[in-house]
Design a protein around this ligand. Structure first.
Ligand SMILES: Cc1cc2nc3c(=O)[nH]c(=O)nc-3n(C[C@H](O)[C@H](O)[C@H](O)COP(=O)(O)OP(=O)(O)OC[C@H]3O[C@@H](n4cnc5c(N)ncnc54)[C@H](O)[C@@H]3O)c2cc1C
Length: 207
């Protein structure tokens, strides 16, 4: 099942930050969580210094497109509420494009790739539950690549958590007692594809 995250930013989110219309603006960002599409990362050759072949396979699943279309509609509804009237100027993006067009040509990555070196005990797993690489001695992988499935939230904090845990594993420390971590954030979430709605702030707001 896919999920949607909607975030608000009092800045322009356009072309990875490289495009910036004049004046001030705000952006509603609709993010596809738990995408159904799966990409791949493969070796290009036996030369370890050659860059790998990365195929993200964005929007391979029609469900992913549909969730983002719903996201556009939801963001437009949010931007249309009265509370935004004093702030909302002209819509900059996606403008007159169809929803599908805007997504296919303009959706961007949120830079949260994971899972290319997954932890587990099946055929696809690269590391075990101690993060040790199967078939190798003295080698662990400790980063976002070991996540067995795509999470729903943003990946930075969970990656730090993986590193903290790995440090304990390497030092042979026992797991913390359950009560010591009770109440800590337990749900980590992931997202990697988003579409956005950019508005100029009205001149009165800018002054
Ligand atoms: C532009 C951008 C914005 C992001 N924003 C957010 C955000 O707002 N919130 C959030 O939660 N997540 C965010 N992320 C995602 C988050 O940064 C990553 O999920 C996280 O950093 C993954 O950690 P990692 O340790 O797996 O990989 P990395 O942080 O990429 O670390 C890999 C390290 O390995 C080093 N390295 C690479 N090759 C070699 C080599 N051959 N030898 C030695 N060292 C090497 C690199 O220099 C790097 O230090 C963002 C990512 C990007 C790119």
């Amino acid at each position: 099942m896919s999920f949607l995250e909607l975030i608000f930013a009092p800045v322009y989110y356009m072309e990875h930050g490289f495009s910036r219309p004049k004046g001030h603006g705000f952006t509603l960002v609709s993010i596809l969580l738990r995408p159904q599409s799966r990409g791949s990362l493969k070796l290009r050759s036996r030369d370890p210094f050659e860059p790998p072949l990365i195929q993200p396979n964005y929007l391979d699943s029609p469900d992913d497109l549909q969730v983002l279309i719903e996201g556009i509609r939801l963001a437009h509804r949010v931007a249309a509420v009265n509370a935004f009237v004093p702030f909302r100027g002209e819509e900059q993006y996606p403008g007159a494009q169809s929803e599908e067009e805007a997504i296919r040509h303009g959706a961007e990555t949120l830079y949260h790739p994971v899972g290319t070196c997954k932890m587990g005990n099946d055929q696809e797993a690269v590391v075990d539950s101690q993060l040790r690489v199967y078939g190798m001695q003295g080698l662990r992988v400790v980063d976002a690549s070991i996540m067995p499935t795509i999470i729903s939230g943003h990946t930075n904090a969970p990656t730090i958590m993986i590193a903290e845990k790995a440090a304990d594993l390497i030092r042979g420390l026992p797991p913390l007692p359950a009560e010591a971590v009770a109440g800590e954030a337990s749900q980590v979430e992931h997202c990697y594809r988003y579409e956005r709605f950019v508005y100029h702030l009205t001149p009165t707001t800018c002054s």
